[in-house]
Write a protein that binds this ligand. Structure first.
Ligand SMILES: C[S@@+](CC[C@H](N)C(=O)[O-])C[C@H]1O[C@@H](n2cnc3c(N)ncnc32)[C@H](O)[C@@H]1O
Length: 189
């Protein structure tokens, strides 16, 4: 019998970490059609996720492709969001996935305010996969890292040559980062 080895994808990496650490709460910055978040929720029955995305084309990034800018011009992001919402309901995941249609930085302030009031909500992990340009990745890491529990992890996608900003920022902020399959990076907070 012939075994076909499937390529290890970002959700396989995350599922292993979620199971290993018993994580229950995570955030995905940049959701798009939900391929990653739906796989995580399907495979990890105790997991709750917040998914943040603008679901709006970033036309100004069109001229920054060489720097890893992604505009999503021409992608029907509204439709992707609609289909994702339907899948969440069909599969009964409403209680386990919260979608926030806003910028990653605005979303952080939704969770940061309570910190000021002393009740700090925090997540076991944050997966950074939104703006892939240097300034955007840096802002996402710096803004969201304080929302990760001590001992939790901040992770991200696309640590690869097409996204030089991701490599630069991750190496600067987390010299001890671990690199996983499918260009996932991760660092313990
Ligand atoms: C690479 S895709 C995410 C893919 C998804 N994480 C997965 O693994 O299936 C990047 C997404 O980030 C979103 N995005 C980019 N910049 C953003 C920002 N500043 N705030 C919120 N979402 C953003 C885009 O709309 C796009 O849907």
């Amino acid at each position: 019998m012939k075994f076909i080895r499937k390529k290890k994808r970002r959700w396989h990496v995350l599922i292993e970490l979620i199971e290993l650490h018993g994580w229950k709460s995570g955030v995905e910055l940049g959701v798009l059609g939900g391929q990653n978040i739906l796989n995580l929720i399907k495979e990890c029955p105790d997991l709750h996720m917040v998914g943040v995305d603008l679901w709006e084309p970033q036309r100004w990034q069109e001229s920054h492709r060489d720097a890893g800018g992604r505009s999503y011009a021409g992608v029907d992001l509204n439709r992707l969001l609609k289909v994702l919402k339907c899948r969440i309901v069909e599969r009964g995941y409403q209680e386990r996935i919260e979608l926030l249609q806003m910028s990653t930085l605005s979303a952080a302030s939704e969770f940061i305010d309570p910190i000021m009031r002393g009740s700090r909500p925090s997540f076991d992990f944050v997966f950074v996969d939104a703006d892939h340009m240097e300034d955007g990745v840096r802002a996402d890491i710096e803004t969201w890292e304080p929302l990760v529990k001590v001992g939790g992890m901040i992770l991200g996608h696309d640590y690869q040559k097409d996204f030089p900003g991701v490599i630069k920022v991750v190496d600067e902020i987390f010299p001890d980062r671990t690199l996983y399959a499918d260009s996932v990076w991760g660092a313990v907070v």
